[in-house]
Design a protein. Structure first.
Length: 256
């Protein structure tokens, strides 16, 4: 794999990447850092594409009992970009973006070069442009969820299993220890994604934009909320005022 990959894109796609890099705080020296954004995003887009192919093959085998499912599967994957994510709907290819694969993601770009391009019968730059064409046509909340797919998955798992979650805020650089309660996918006036939680150390109910969470992980220890706390958290979600912070200091029976 080359140190740098040049991809020609339309001005529409370039503008979407610029907007998302700034909104999601992929910046360097006060300017958008599209390379940082793309290194975070492309591995997820590749996994989404692979999962779609797996679903196609599974349906052909299980629902249609096709003995030639592999041949159909290969044919579909050579034309799907041309049909759904071609360049004609996204203006002329007037902009160039450069991607420098990070050490953490070099294996993904190697996979694109050695495997994905063979399946789709495309060059590396054309394959990546197809990913970005598809991405750029999605609504903001979905694009944001793809960029922070890992963080959203960890938060969701913590919600389901009542695991204590830790994260650091990009905006304030403060670390938080929380009980993860719920997240809203594509919610509120800015169409962003919000994660609702109870801050264990601060004894406060709050929410944060998904893009503000970094260094996210949960531990084996579980948090046991009282019924009163659950009621307060649910009321907070129902009110949808995610800019507000509700203090729980002085509340009794916060823990069971």
């Amino acid at each position: 794999m080359k140190d740098k990959i040049k991809v020609k894109v339309s001005s529409f796609v370039a503008n979407i990447l610029e907007i998302d890099a700034l909104r999601c705080e992929f910046t360097k020296n006060g300017k958008s850092n599209k390379n940082g954004l793309l290194n975070k995003l492309i591995p997820t887009l590749v996994e989404v594409r692979k999962e779609r192919r797996n679903q196609i093959e599974k349906i052909l085998k299980t629902e249609y009992n096709r003995t030639d499912s592999e041949n159909i599967y290969n044919a579909v994957n050579t034309v799907i970009d041309r049909v759904y994510f071609n360049d004609e709907d996204l203006e002329k290819l007037e902009e160039s973006i450069w991607i420098r694969p990070s050490k953490e993601n070099i294996s993904v770009f190697d996979e694109i070069e050695t495997s994905e391009t063979m399946i789709t019968a495309q060059e590396v730059s054309v394959y990546i442009r197809g990913l970005l064409n598809e991405y750029s046509m999605l609504p903001l909340y979905k694009r944001e969820a793809l960029i922070f797919d890992r963080e959203l998955d960890i938060f969701s798992t913590a919600c389901c299993k009542y695991r204590i979650l830790y994260f650091r805020s990009k905006e304030t650089n403060e670390r938080h220890k929380v009980f993860a309660f719920d997240y809203f996918y594509g919610y509120w006036t800015d169409l962003g994604n919000y994660c609702v939680f109870y801050d264990i150390n601060e004894c406060k109910i709050a929410a944060t934009p998904l893009y503000d969470m970094q260094d996210v992980y949960f531990i084996k220890q579980k948090f046991k909320p009282s019924e009163r706390l659950i009621e307060r958290l649910q009321a907070y979600c129902d009110e949808c005022d995610f800019e507000a912070v509700v203090s729980m200091e002085g509340e009794q029976n916060v823990l069971q």
